[in-house]
Design a protein around this ligand. Structure first.
Ligand SMILES: Cc1cc2nc3c(=O)[nH]c(=O)nc-3n(C[C@H](O)[C@H](O)[C@H](O)COP(=O)(O)OP(=O)(O)OC[C@H]3O[C@@H](n4cnc5c(N)ncnc54)[C@H](O)[C@@H]3O)c2cc1C
Length: 305
């Protein structure tokens, strides 16, 4: 990144800019090369100024939550990676039936709040390691429920630099995706919730977490489910039928516990993970004629084959 851009970013986000940061530090798979700049935006003004500056100088930018659905290439990302913090990561109970979370609020923080205050309705997010913004963008879900169902409205910073509030009815949600306007950043999400006894909420969260610990390979870094479940058969079963459970390439492995997880079993490179994904797709297609679609999102790859 040119020196003048670095200087300007330092002026916009005083104390909150770092350069040449390895993305493995910001993604749950713990892989990924260097991001040219990493900005932690603690207010709408800083976020807007960074986005507007990047757009005006055609510097690529992405927003990253916990990086728990991302595979960043070994070459890294040549632009600005933005994370939300401070006022953009707060959780508040504002009026009856609504929980207001900053786009950068982690699901864990939201659920701690719910558990303490006795707020029910979002327990399905327990164990999904992301942020409110990431949950909206990916329509995160589990146990037959998803974010689109519980979202009332979102506040967005649009690609043009304006702040808009959209009722959830104006967004289209489908399996692990949401039709956010191109380039929009979710700065706030308002969820529909209900008052409940704190013990009941805490108990449901604990039950969900313990079920995940039993079924998912949580000892190793991963990005959760790698492929969407096709209508014909769950992705894990297709990968298993292709004989790939436990298959390794470099430091990456198709989890022996859950064949739709690829784990970083130590020292994996993004290339190893991508190669395993391609192998699984090719083998499943050859064997069954079914084309697996990735659920995890890729960043910074020129060629995904
Ligand atoms: C162990 C494990 C288990 C998982 N289980 C589940 C599960 O049960 N169900 C499920 O749905 N997912 C699951 N996931 C995947 C992941 O946790 C979710 O997709 C999560 O919602 C991603 O949130 P994030 O904040 O980490 O987003 P990131 O991974 O950081 O980003 C994902 C996408 O969202 C965009 N994004 C992030 N924040 C914003 C924002 N503020 N505004 C606009 N766009 C934004 C990013 O640009 C990117 O395109 C799992 C992952 C792991 C590692």
């Amino acid at each position: 990144m040119e020196e003048k851009h670095r200087r300007r970013l330092l002026e916009i986000a005083v104390g909150d800019v770092r350069f040449d940061r390895p993305m493995r530090l910001y993604t749950s798979l713990r892989v990924g090369g260097v991001a040219a700049a990493l900005v932690r935006a603690g207010s709408l003004e800083v976020l807007r100024d960074v986005c507007v500056y990047a757009a005006a100088h055609t510097i690529p930018r992405i927003v990253v939550g916990k990086g728990s659905n991302l595979l960043v290439s070994d070459r890294g990302f040549p632009g600005v990676v933005i994370r939300l913090r401070g006022a953009l990561a707060e959780v508040r109970w504002e009026e009856e039936g609504e929980l207001n979370a900053g786009g950068g609020a982690t699901n864990r923080r939201i659920l701690d709040h719910c558990s303490r205050e006795g707020i029910g309705g979002l327990e399905f997010l327990s164990g999904i390691p992301g942020t409110a913004g990431g949950a909206v963008a990916t329509n995160a879900g589990a146990r037959g429920r998803d974010t689109g169902e519980v979202l009332r409205r979102v506040e967005l910073l649009t690609a043009e630099g304006t702040v808009d509030t959209l009722p959830s009815g104006e967004l289209r949600f489908s399996y692990r995706s949401c039709s956010l306007p191109e380039g929009a950043v979710v700065t706030r999400a308002v969820f529909h919730v209900r008052r409940e006894a704190p013990e009941a909420v805490t108990k449901r969260i604990a039950r969900n977490l313990s079920e995940r610990r039993r079924k998912q390979p949580l000892r190793f870094p991963s990005a959760g489910s790698v492929f969407r479940n096709p209508p014909e058969e769950p992705a894990w079963r297709l990968v298993e039928r292709a004989g790939l459970r436990g298959k390794r390439i470099g430091g990456a492995q198709i989890s022996p516990l859950h064949a739709n997880f690829i784990v970083n079993s130590g020292g994996a490179r993004a290339e190893d993970i991508l190669s395993l994904m391609n192998l699984a797709r090719d083998e499943v297609l050859r064997l069954t004629g079914i084309e697996l679609e990735p659920e995890i999102r890729t960043v910074g790859f020129q060629n995904k084959r």
